[in-house]
Design a protein around this ligand. Structure first.
Ligand code: GLA
Length: 675
């Protein structure tokens, strides 16, 4: 038997071994006695990376230019003495009151021109040169002081850039927007053309006439809106790189910031951000407003792995139990925190961290869960934290192992921005919802999916799935066409390929960019009302959206049995070049969508792991010596599952006729020869 390496060096580049288990810590809230108690308990829990100084500005610079690092020195030193690494915040995420008092012009404005005041957090305009000057001065001081401190393993720039302040409509932003537009279009007529300003008397004679898309009486110009999203994402990215540049000039420690790949924040195009990160890190919170919260978690984890280019990544924040910012904040069920954490690990995370260490007793987040709850250590949450900490230590051998997939799903922030705009055929079509439903169907057939950017190299894949890619450039659409021509298989769903990068409709026939590869043309859209369901010839059902489709080489897989498009093809299949493209002109019911994807995957020869039962998730990570099969049971029942190998969770060999416990997780080590 091959000996097992217990702690492989972390590929995150933090100079550590094994997996990361950590948290945010806001010691500014506590007395120094509490710090010592906290560090003792952190050791008990197995915490090995702690983020500090995330919101530290008003502590380390209580007055302009008066830098006081004594407390931060002490906490960094204390963690270091106890063998705990530091994930050091630059402290710039929220300006201190002296700064907003001295320079109220840094405050952001929303679309109606009103100011958003201090008293919360992140009250700064991303384009403000004044804010930037002060923030960079702080970064310079902090980087100089801790740039080679042995405790510091990672730099944490600001915090969740754009969580609240992504879109600012103030005059400073307006000026910066114009500069960005001049760089993009070079001459004003190119902008007029791209934005279609010939319509509704919007033609611009001078750059100075252009404003951010502030609140209007009617619909806003969609291309202006789209460019404003792009500009706003780029502004915060430029802000990140400005901080990172200062840090890198004095420190060799890796630099990152925490992404928010999540359903409720869409303002950063992380495909553009990811190359600037030394380590890709994400924050994820279960959103109980979604129909299947854990599916969105899995999607977020896969998307983060995509952003990391398939390399391991870091879960920078999630919660041990309830959050405090949803309408009803559900405490996690026993075992749920473990399951959530291990789902991230299954999908490529080499570390699991939480917000925050000790539950606050004052301030906005006092009802947000923490590793150490208000009720102390004699609690379920604490016991589960300690259990997870010890498991994360045992999982050290997984460090650097990777997830392989031969199925790609194309996901685009730009398409999200464009699809969800106003004045479209149906206000009920939401891009992310369609992406999630498609992803869910792929999970249901046991597929492991790589989330890729439009235009990504598809050569390693057998099947590419393209849900509702309304906006796509000619070049990016061509990559998909070429993939199919060369023998790949594609599933493209409705309202794809419609507009180019300027949101200009491709005339001729829908689905524009994908018409020839799909071998169909659509003459008109027929959105479907609310919950209405239309029967299909293969026994399935359609809803939300239908299209008046004509065959141009494709064959019909199913057609509508009633409704205004009775007899019209709903799903088609087209042999194109060496490959096959399927087109779904409607939103299929979940079972039919899964069935369609199952056919596509099997015809493409794509690998799917046999799904055991509804609610069971299976993912494989592969290391140099072993495979690790994660079996995650999201149901409240034990599920029979025949798998052999050593379970790293229970630390026992699995019986052939074993079960995965209700709500439980198995991480089954298998040597390559037997898997
Ligand atoms: C975000 C922030 C944290 C905290 C959590 C609460 O992730 O980065 O500071 O506010 O949300 O869920």
């Amino acid at each position: 038997m091959t000996p097992v390496e217990t702690h492989r060096p972390s590929p995150l580049g933090l100079g550590t071994e094994g997996l990361v288990f950590g948290c945010d810590y806001n010691p500014e809230q506590w007395s120094k006695d509490v710090w010592r108690e906290d560090v003792r308990l952190m050791r008990e829990a197995g915490v090995n990376l702690v983020a500090v100084n995330i919101f530290g500005w008003s502590h380390i610079e209580p007055r302009q230019g008066d830098f006081r690092f004594d407390d931060l020195d002490e906490i960094v030193g204390l963690l270091h003495e106890n063998g705990i690494g530091v994930n050091l915040g630059t402290g710039t995420s929220s300006p201190p009151p002296w700064l907003t008092t001295l320079h109220p012009e840094i405050l952001p404005q929303v679309g109606d021109g009103t100011t958003r005041w201090p008293g919360g957090r992140q009250a700064w305009c991303p384009s403000s040169p004044v804010f930037r000057d002060y923030a960079m001065a702080l970064v310079r001081e902090t980087a100089a002081r801790y740039g080679s401190h042995p405790a510091v393993k990672l730099w944490h720039v600001s915090n969740e850039l754009g969580c609240h302040n992504a879109l600012c409509y103030c005059d400073v932003s307006a000026t910066a927007f114009r500069v960005w537009l001049q760089r993009r279009y070079e001459n004003i007529e190119a902008l007029n053309d791209a934005w279609g300003t010939a319509f509704w008397s919007q033609h611009y004679a001078e750059w100075a006439e252009i404003l951010p898309p502030r609140d209007t009486l009617s619909f806003i110009n969609p291309s202006q809106q789209l460019d404003f999203f792009r500009f706003s994402s780029d502004e915060l990215l430029a802000y990140y790189t400005a901080e990172a540049e200062i840090i890198r000039s004095t420190s060799d420690i890796p630099v990152t910031t925490n992404f928010m790949v999540t359903a409720h924040i869409k303002t950063q195009d992380y495909w553009r951000w990811a190359p600037e990160m030394d380590v890709v890190a994400n924050d994820h919170y279960l959103d109980h407003r979604l129909s299947v919260p854990h599916r969105e978690l899995s999607f977020s984890a896969d998307a983060t792995r995509g952003l990391a280019g398939g390399k391991p990544w870091l879960l920078m924040e999630h919660s041990t139990s309830a959050v405090n910012w949803q309408p009803r904040n559900h405490a996690k069920a026993p075992g749920e925190m473990m399951r959530n954490s291990l789902t991230h690990v299954a999908r490529g995370a080499d570390g699991v961290c939480f917000f925050q260490w000790r539950a606050s007793v004052k301030g906005t987040e006092k009802f947000h869960s923490a590793l150490l709850p208000h009720s102390g250590t004699d609690t379920r949450v604490w016991r589960e934290v300690v259990e997870l900490g010890s498991l994360m230590d045992r999982l050290g051998e997984l460090a650097g192992s990777v997830v392989h997939s031969d199925i790609a799903l194309v996901f685009s922030w730009e398409a999200w921005w464009a699809t969800d705009q106003e004045a479209h055929p149906s206000s009920e079509l939401h891009y992310l919802e369609q992406v999630h439903q498609t992803y869910e169907a792929l999970l249901a057939i046991g597929a492991t999916v790589d989330i890729v950017a439009p235009g990504a190299d598809l050569s390693g894949y057998r099947l590419v799935v393209v849900p509702c890619l309304y906006l796509v450039s000619d070049a990016d659409a061509q990559v998909i066409t070429d993939f199919v021509a060369g023998g790949g298989h594609a599933v493209i769903s409705f309202f794809s390929g419609i507009v180019d990068e300027h949101d200009t409709v491709r005339s001729g026939s829908y689905p524009g960019a994908f018409r020839s590869v799909a071998g169909i043309s659509a003459e008109e859209f027929y959105p479907v009302d609310g919950d209405e369901s239309i029967a299909l010839s293969d026994g399935g059902s359609a809803g939300l959206w239908t299209e008046l489709l004509h065959l141009e080489g494709a064959t019909t897989t199913s057609f509508y049995l009633d409704g205004p498009l009775m007899g019209v093809p709903a799903v088609t299949r087209h042999g194109f070049g060496q490959g096959v493209a399927r087109y779904l002109a409607t939103r299929l019911d979940a079972g039919s969508l899964a069935e369609e994807l199952r056919h596509a995957a099997s015809e493409a020869g794509a690998t799917t792991l046999t799904p055991v039962a509804e609610g069971i998730e299976i993912v494989r990570r592969s290391g140099p010596q072993h495979d690790y099969v994660f079996v995650i049971n999201h149901t409240n029942e034990p599920v029979a599952h025949a798998i052999t190998g050593y379970d790293l969770v229970t630390e026992a060999d699995l019986a052939v006729d074993g079960v995965v416990a209700a709500g439980g997780v198995q991480i089954v080590r298998q040597s390559r020869e037997t898997s």
